[in-house]
Design a protein around this ligand. Structure first.
Ligand code: NAD
Ligand code: ZN
Ligand code: ZN
Length: 345
């Protein structure tokens, strides 16, 4: 089968012919219908040797939807023919966190040579993907594959970030979303669908702002020197209750901390190389709270699929054949993608 393999750190992944896997034990073989392309794939490709614990080569693709085609002899919980989305963060499978469905916060993460499907283990930018256990599969019914695949990371990570700050997002509150790309446009939708908060969106691109508006944002603006003041005014003058930073660059972290009201919360999701300094006294607002949400739980993925099937989440997609992955990666690198790129084998 064809697969998009990362073979050398810092070099473009290459299409290669590899053996179609055969499921053993609890493993499940899924025929891939679609795989999303995430900015994290670029961070992985660009990684310096040794920066990540992954062993090369492996097949990329951590946002995957498809159809179960074969089961190992002790696999259970799914049947051949089921259409599924992959729960991508694969932990050790046996610690308390994994047992509770939170592989994203596996207690043995530091001892593993992978973070999940397509992240150190063979992922879904291929015709088939081998999944260690059916517990990593969530049924999608008749949801189109290009809608389902991005739910496994762009949808789930955004939902998990919003869920973590839901206590701060009641009636009359303001949430700011910075970076309305693959993740950010689904965060705007998740905020709109599951909280009472006013939603303000920020990006560097006009077309991303248009996407924010279509996704349910109450207001959107380009990032400029006076953006903190503009957002503060839009929040009734007090500042934001919560900021979701899907960029994580020095510029966006500075905007985030300067727009928060006292007691406000910041969730940093993007890996844009920025950093924050904590000092007292200092510039951070009193009562400031910071979280670094990573991916999400299996139960949250099921909730995200339910939301998408109800119509409350709609992924804006650009489709490419898997054979055109290089072009798709280049578009994402140049900031040309609106919403999420989906590769179809
Ligand atoms: P994306 O490229 O689709 O979206 C990024 C958006 O941010 C784009 O719309 C871009 O125009 C905008 N942007 C870039 N610089 C900006 C700036 N200075 N100010 C405002 N907006 C700016 O990327 P994505 O796939 O949505 O991923 C977003 C980030 O989240 C990446 O760093 C990715 O690695 C990270 N990520 C984290 C997790 C996690 O679990 N924590 C999961 C997936 C992705
Ligand atoms: Zn990702
Ligand atoms: Zn674990």
């Amino acid at each position: 089968m064809r697969a998009l393999r990362l073979t050398t750190w810092g070099q473009a992944p290459a299409s290669a012919e590899v053996e179609r896997p055969v499921p053993h034990g609890t493993e499940v073989l899924v025929r891939v219908e679609a795989a999303g392309l995430c900015r994290s794939d670029l961070h992985v490709i660009d990684g310096a040797p040794g920066a990540l614990p992954y062993r090369l080569p492996f097949t990329l693709g951590h946002e995957v939807a498809g159809q179960v085609t074969a089961l190992g002899p002790t696999a259970d919980g799914v049947s051949a023919g089921d259409r599924v989305v992959l729960y991508g963060p694969w932990g050790c499978g046996s610690c308390a966190r994994c047992a509770a469905g939170s592989d994203n916060y596996c207690d043995r993460r530091d001892t593993l040579a992978w973070h999940g499907a397509g992240l150190g283990r063979d992922g879904g930018m291929a015709e088939y993907v081998l999944v260690p256990s059916a517990r990593h599969l969530v049924p999608i019914g008749d949801l189109p594959a290009d809608q389902a695949a991005p739910l496994s990371d762009a949808g789930l990570t955004s939902y998990h970030a919003v869920a973590g700050l839901r206590h701060a997002l009641g009636e009359g509150t303001t949430a700011v979303v910075i970076g309305v790309g693959g993740l950010g446009h689904l965060a705007v939708q998740a905020l709109h669908a599951t909280t009472a908060s006013r939603v303000l969106a920020v990006d560097v691109r006009e077309d991303a702002l248009a996407l924010a508006d279509r996704s349910g944002a109450d207001f959107s603006t380009l990032i400029r020197p006076d953006t903190a003041r503009v957002l503060r005014a839009r929040s009734g003058g007090v500042g934001a209750d919560a900021v979701f930073d899907f960029v994580g660059a020095p510029q966006t972290l500075e905007l985030a901390t300067s727009v928060l009201r006292p007691g406000g919360e910041l969730a940093v999701v993007g890996s844009g190389g920025g950093s924050l300094t904590v000092s007292k006294p200092g510039v951070l607002p009193p009562g400031f709270r910071l979280s670094l949400p990573f991916w999400g739980t299996r139960h949250e993925l099921a909730a995200v699929v339910t939301l998408a099937r109800s119509g409350a989440l709609h992924v804006e997609t650009e489709r490419f054949p898997l054979s055109a992955a290089a072009e798709a990666i280049d578009r994402l690198r140049r900031g040309r993608v609106r919403g999420r790129t989906v590769l179809v084998p």
